[in-house]
Write a protein that binds this ligand. Structure first.
Ligand code: HEM
Length: 366
């Protein structure tokens, strides 16, 4: 299945997708300009988190199905996006109760029916979108085009397409939005870092939006540093990635394990382990600058290779380049267009957020 969707994730494909990504980021800036009260020096209070979600979901909807979710247009969540988190919650519960086969049916009954229904509704919506997309010809390539080609080398059944595109839209939208939310949360509370980003991205070309291309952003040192640090502290896939040892057994991290043993690494723990990172819990993008590699740097001993937010190996994230492109572009365009600052008393304490496969970006009432 991965091979079947892979043509949609090549560098060439990303180049063709740029126009569409740019279109939604323009729309984000326009829509935000519209809701901001810009009367004489007045600041507007905006919860920026949902806007990141609106943008990444609209982009993925367009790239995957040829139609956006229209979140930006309506400045609100599409009902499908709205129940996404409940669907993720239900899936997490179901995955958890499977660990107890003897009492599975009893535990399954304890999962609130409303949650199970939301999960089913969520899936049905994808099925509907896939069906619609299969019934018309696109005048451009989207992520589904290679899958639907008559002569596709790797064929997928309808069930596989439904399941894969469900995963794709969630994996490709909620993740980038989480990193952007985490990054903005840090930047407004550490204004010296925000200032430095403003100087860098506002220094790009004078010709407005058109000069901010995906290519031109790739080399921006500070933009890359703040995003990488956000991927470390606010990693959107913080949980265990489940794997099994092959039937013949294997040595994992120096320990001999019998076949079929479950093994896993949890990103959250790796990313905050003081054995890997100097001042592990602090947001310090300097650790990603070239100077950090010099022996006199306080970050010299950081084990930078232990940060693998997109995982490694044959099942690593297929959307890595698209994710970087979106995150760089959205952050740059916003910082160029607006002055951001913290709203007193509003701060996400990331360590206290709950995780149901995805990070719930909502502060629990204390
Ligand atoms: C900051 C953004 C993102 C992060 C941190 C991220 C992270 C990850 C991680 C850790 C995995 C491996 C899961 C595992 O091994 O079980 C993964 C898989 C995957 N990601 Fe991403 N992802 C991001 C964005 C995206 C985007 C934009 C797309 C697509 C548009 C995408 C599509 C996928 C898919 C399809 C898989 C499954 C690959 C497979 O099983 O072969 N991701 N992602």
């Amino acid at each position: 299945m991965r091979k079947a969707i892979a043509p949609g994730f090549t560098t060439r494909a990303l180049k063709a997708q740029e126009t569409h990504v740019q279109r939604y980021v323009n729309l984000l800036v326009d829509r935000l300009s519209g809701v901001i009260d810009s009367s004489a020096g007045k600041a507007s209070v905006i919860d920026i988190g949902p806007w990141f979600n609106f943008t990444t979901f609209d982009i993925l909807g367009d790239l995957a199905f040829g139609e956006s979710f229209d979140c930006l247009h309506s400045s609100t969540y599409h009902p499908w996006v709205e129940i996404l988190f409940s669907a993720a919650k239900a899936a997490t519960w179901i995955a958890a109760v499977r660990f107890y086969p003897r009492v599975y049916s009893l535990l399954f009954k304890l999962i609130p029916p409303s949650l199970k229904k939301m999960s089913q509704d969520h899936f049905n919506h994808v099925v509907e979108r896939v069906k619609r997309r299969m019934n018309y010809e696109m005048d451009r390539e989207d992520l589904m085009s290679p899958v639907l080609k008559e002569d596709a080398k790797h064929k997928m059944s309808l069930q596989e397409i439904n399941g894969s595109f469900m995963t794709l839209v969630v994996a490709g939208s909620e993740t980038s939005a989480t990193v952007l939310t985490g990054l903005m949360n840090h930047l407004v509370h550490q204004p010296q870092y925000l200032k430095r980003l403003e100087v860098e991205v506002r220094g790009l070309g004078q010709g407005g939006a058109h000069e901010v291309t995906l290519d031109s952003l790739r080399q921006l040192e500070w933009l890359n540093a703040v995003l990488t640090e956000a991927l470390r502290l606010c990693t959107p896939v913080p949980w265990i990635l489940p794997r099994r040892v092959p039937a013949s057994g294997a040595v994992v991290a120096g320990v001999g394990l019998p076949g079929r043993t479950r093994v896993s690494i949890q990103a959250y723990t790796m990313n905050r382990d003081p054995a890997n990172w100097h001042r592990a819990d602090e947001f310090l993008p300097e650790r990603w600058l070239p100077d950090a590699h010099k022996p006199e740097s306080e970050f010299y001993r950081d084990r930078r290779e232990s940060l693998q937010p997109f995982s490694v190996g044959s099942r690593a994230c297929i959307g890595l380049h698209l994710a970087w492109a979106e995150m760089r572009l959205i952050m740059t365009r916003l910082i160029r267009a607006f002055d951001f600052e913290e709203v007193e008393g509003e701060r996400l304490v990331w360590e206290s957020l709950r995780t149901f496969a995805l990070v719930e970006k909502k502060q629990d009432p204390v």
